[in-house]
Write a protein that binds this ligand. Structure first.
Ligand SMILES: Cc1cc2nc3c(=O)[nH]c(=O)nc-3n(C[C@H](O)[C@H](O)[C@H](O)COP(=O)(O)O)c2cc1C
Length: 412
């Protein structure tokens, strides 16, 4: 029991309580659908009903999809194992979204023209704009002007559409037509499902550590990975915001659906934030910016000369203080890392820096702050209310923080 709770806590659970129909069609990228389904159900907690077309069944059997969804796969309007009835209507009403991945030129053509001649196309016909297609096909098919008209028709009508990427194709050539990466598909699906509470808003997010160089091969930094900031940026983008991320050096994969500006030092971070703040509605300042810099960076590697080395560090500019004059009605969320008098020190910081919310990390707590997939924080608002949250994934925490930002921006 304890183990199960741990597993659930560590899961990212982006799709918890979401009901998804996964439509699988007969394209060569079908093999990626099995791992996409696994991510949706096992990693992100979605409830998924898979529908496969006749062509899809020529490529793969239902077994792997049944295993990862925990349900029989539906393959036919008329002859599956259980009583049929109007299952195409029931399933489309049940679903929060219909994701078709991979989506062949054929299913795109059928959907764009209202054709409903098998179970999947009929479900799409009934589900309408709840449907999102992840297209994959040879470049020739993708560049066919009729296909292009069909795609435009679907997009104009409000259907979701994930464009294929450039890359190597099954034919051995390179071109546009390759199925988008699964994290792009999942992000687009989440955006399609969400209410778009940040549509039209510009959100600036800072992420990761900064580096203060001593010589060409050494720097002072901190263990921030950028995961918290990237996760916040994706959560804001999934609510329809126009997101810019200013990030220090990180090893983690770039966030999906955002504009990314890479910086290195605290000064570069400050300049990029100041430049972008004026056109933003909110700033979420999750970067771990260095407090001290070494002003006399050596152009050559400092030699070991047998004695101790003393470096005199200079304080870096405080970024939030530099912004307070331009704050107006912009929302600013700060993060604090404290190891003693955690709440009192954070309240002081909230007031001194005119923040609207402060997210308080205590790295001494198990699973919190730097380097983990999880975090345990308290959130303090301008009234001084302290909300202590339990340990949760950074992804869940991001959704919660972005929800607060959305409420503040929308005046609720
Ligand atoms: C080996 C093979 C690979 C194929 N790959 C694709 C593909 O990537 N994209 C596509 O649109 N069609 C592809 N097709 C063609 C489709 O299978 C065909 O158009 C079929 O009618 C699609 O049916 P469905 O949309 O009902 O699944 C492929 C066919 C074969 C035999």
């Amino acid at each position: 029991m304890k183990k199960l709770r741990t597993i659930q806590k560590n899961n990212r659970l982006k799709f918890k309580n979401r009901k998804i129909v996964l439509g699988v069609t007969g394209g060569i990228a079908i093999y990626k659908s099995a791992s996409l389904l696994r991510e949706l159900t096992i990693e992100h907690g979605a409830d998924v009903q898979v529908i496969m077309t006749d062509s899809a069944l020529k490529f793969m059997s239902t077994l792997i999809f049944e295993t990862f969804s925990g349900k029989p796969v539906w393959t036919s309007m008329f002859s599956d194992r259980e009583a049929v009835g109007v299952r195409h209507v029931e399933i489309s009403k049940w679903a929060d979204a219909v994701l078709v991945s991979p989506a062949t030129a054929n299913i795109i053509g059928k959907a764009a023209n209202g054709i409903a001649d098998d179970l999947l196309s009929t479900v799409i016909c009934d589900a309408g704009t709840k449907t999102i297609f992840a297209a994959a096909m040879e470049t020739g098919m993708y560049e066919n002007p009729i296909l292009k008209q069909n795609v435009k028709r679907l997009k104009d009508a409000g259907f979701g559409f994930i464009d294929p990427e450039y890359g190597s194709l099954a034919s051995g050539t390179n071109g546009v037509g390759r199925l988008a990466e699964s994290r792009v598909i999942l992000h687009s699906l989440l955006t399609h499902l969400n209410s778009g509470s940040l549509k039209g808003k510009k959100i600036l997010v800072s992420a990761g550590p900064t580096r203060e160089w001593i010589d060409p091969v050494r720097f002072i930094s901190n263990p921030s990975t950028g995961r918290m900031g990237f996760s916040l940026a994706e959560a804001a983008s999934a609510e329809g915001a126009d997101v810019t991320v200013i990030s220090g050096p990180t090893e983690v994969a770039n966030p999906v659906g955002v504009d990314l500006i890479k910086v290195s030092t605290a000064e570069e971070m400050k300049n990029a934030i100041v430049e972008n703040f004026a056109k933003s509605d909110a700033l979420v300042m999750s970067a771990a910016v260095g407090d001290y810099t070494y002003p006399e960076v050596s152009s050559e590697k400092l030699k070991k000369n047998g004695s101790d080395l003393t470096l005199i560090l200079k304080k870096t500019d405080d970024i939030l203080s530099a912004l307070s004059g331009d704050k107006g009605d912009k929302i600013i969320v700060g993060f604090s890392v404290e190891t003693e008098n955690v709440i009192e020190n954070s309240k002081l910081k909230l007031n001194e820096k005119s923040l609207d919310l402060i997210v308080v990390n205590n790295p001494k707590e198990k699973g919190a702050a730097f380097g983990h997939d999880t975090n345990k924080v308290s959130i303090i608002d301008r009234k001084g209310t302290v909300e202590e949250l339990e340990l949760m994934s950074k992804s869940e925490l991001s959704t919660l923080i972005i929800d607060r930002v959305s409420n503040l921006l929308n005046g609720s």
